[in-house]
Design a protein around this ligand. Structure first.
Ligand SMILES: Nc1ncnc2c1ncn2[C@@H]1O[C@H](COP(=O)(O)OP(=O)(O)O)[C@@H](O)[C@H]1O
Ligand SMILES: [Mg+2]
Length: 470
């Protein structure tokens, strides 16, 4: 990027004759001093005036770095007020403050820019501010009315409301809005507004890894890995393609069908784990499933229909009966809403039942927005890596109709049950019971003999009628 160690000691500096490098773009600070920087060729118009500059595409295209460099150079040349915005900015750490600071170092601009905790100031009066849009009101953003350039980074999450407030705020004559993002859904407000229907005066450029001459070996390894490990998301993450609606399916239909055709395989030492999804009243059913390692097929599945589940003491009695019959090593039950008192009662009866709340925090909070999503993700991995599911059409639709998105920390979050219901989708009671068997890690169990495994081996067809079975 910096092609020559030119000392940009622009305050006192000395003249360095620019070398002519193909593709290099030369920026002079004043008549005497130059900093030489290069941009991906496709991004050359970044140097021009456009009311809107829209850079979108997959990871590693050079969008963020190119904008950061260009803004720093412009700020050196002229005193500018630059607002760096994003939809959610809970702390300065989430902003491009760090990226700008890194380039101040690399471009040897430390004598010019002063890096403060929440601001970056140039000695000519240039100032960079950082703000989140989601939490801001019209009045809150008013203070940025004098901005010359507003850079909206990670703009795929910016809402219509935020655009409606921001766009008129950046109103100074000659002011610009620069936007960088990795598209997600075609119907996202940012994509509609700037790619599908761009405003007059917009330069809209798609840019991908293949356009970036500095695409590193590390990024290339990541890209190759994604192609194999996450082919469903590859085109979105790396090629900047929007995801279609069906791409939002959390678990794919072929993977479920394949899992249902598998013969169950288990090790003698695999613990038998019971998942109990307790009914929330209404039309929901209570489901009880058993899983031993990769085998979720051999033990019988039980359903207690909506009406029968209304009497919670009756449910407790039925559960105790099942625990006695199957002798699971671990029992996980949904303790949200209706479930809590049932779990309490079972524990009081000396059955060690682990209460799990789908809405609580995930064990791995970096990747999953809540415990429910985390369990479903483990279940999905298990389905994709040899797990055998009972053959059941209700389970197929429950597993495959659920969509997912990302929360404001970019973690995966499953579509809520409320929204599923509103969209006319089935309540995922059976699928949740299977997911509950993934709630906690359970150690292998030494039983001596494989034949020692408790519980019956049914291998039945699963046209179950649990009340009948009891
Ligand atoms: N103008 C540039 N000069 C030098 N390196 C760059 C430039 N643009 C991008 N890079 C390199 O390419 C990598 C990916 O660029 P980045 O801006 O993070 O891509 P994007 O924002 O499109 O995901 C960066 O980590 C950086 O090393
Ligand atoms: Mg980026």
């Amino acid at each position: 990027m910096i092609t020559d160690p030119i000392p940009p000691d622009f305050m006192t500096g000395e003249l360095m004759p620019p070398e002519s490098i193909p593709g290099a773009m030369l920026e002079s600070i004043d008549d005497e001093h130059c900093i030489e920087v290069e941009y991906p060729v496709i991004l050359a118009p970044i140097r021009e005036y456009h009311r809107y500059k829209v850079l979108y595409g997959g990871r590693g295209g050079g969008k963020s770095h190119t904008i950061a460099i260009e803004l720093l150079l412009r700020g050196v040349k002229d005193p500018l007020r630059i607002l760096c915005a994003r939809e959610v900015q809970k702390s300065i750490k989430q902003s491009v403050h760090q990226l700008l600071s890194d380039y101040i170092q690399k471009l040897e601009l430390s004598a010019f820019y002063e890096i403060l905790d929440t601001e970056i100031r140039g000695c000519n009066g240039t100032v960079f501010n950082f703000a989140g849009l989601a939490g801001n009101t019209v009045d809150g953003l008013k203070s940025y009315e004098g901005a010359d350039i507003c850079w909206v980074e990670e703009a795929q999450t910016v809402s219509s409301r935020s655009w409606q407030i921001l766009t008129p705020t950046i109103r100074k004559e000659g002011s610009m809005i620069w936007i960088s993002f990795n598209p997600f859904m075609e119907l996202d407000p940012t994509y509609l507004r700037f790619v599908v229907n761009p405003p007059a005066g917009a330069w809209v450029q798609r840019v991908n890894w293949s356009d970036n001459p500095w695409f590193s070996d590390e990024l290339e390894k990541e890209r190759q890995h994604c192609m194999i490990a996450d082919p469903d998301n590859y085109a979105n993450i790396w090629e900047g393609e929007c995801k279609g609606a069906s791409d939002m399916q959390f678990i794919t239909t072929p993977s479920v069908r394949e899992s249902m055709e598998r013969s169950p395989i288990y090790n003698g030492t695999d613990p038998l784990i019971c998942g109990v999804d307790l009914a929330r009243g209404g039309g929901d059913d209570c489901f009880i499933v058993f899983r031993r390692g990769r085998d979720c097929k051999s033990e019988r599945v039980y359903k207690i229909g909506g009406e029968a589940s209304r009497n919670s003491m009756r449910v407790v009695a039925l559960l105790v009966q099942l625990f006695r019959d199957h002798r699971p090593d671990q029992i996980n039950a949904d303790e949200g809403s209706m479930g809590g008192p049932i779990v309490d009662r079972l524990n009081q009866l000396n059955w060690q039942v682990t209460g799990i709340s789908f809405g609580s925090r995930a064990l791995d909070q970096k990747h999953w927005a809540n415990r429910g999503t985390e369990m479903w993700a483990k279940m999905r991995e298990w389905i994709n890596t040899g797990g055998a599911l009972p053959k059941d059409e209700r389970l197929v639709s429950e597993l495959t109709c659920r969509e997912f998105g990302h929360d404001n920390k970019d973690r995966v979050i499953l579509e809520s049950k409320k929204k599923m219901k509103a969209d006319g989708k089935p309540s995922p009671d059976f699928a949740d019971a299977v997911a509950l068997t993934f709630a906690v890690e359970v150690a292998s169990i030494e039983r001596g003999h494989k034949d020692d495994i408790p519980g019956l081996r049914h291998n039945d067809t699963h046209d179950y009628d649990p009340l009948d079975a009891l």
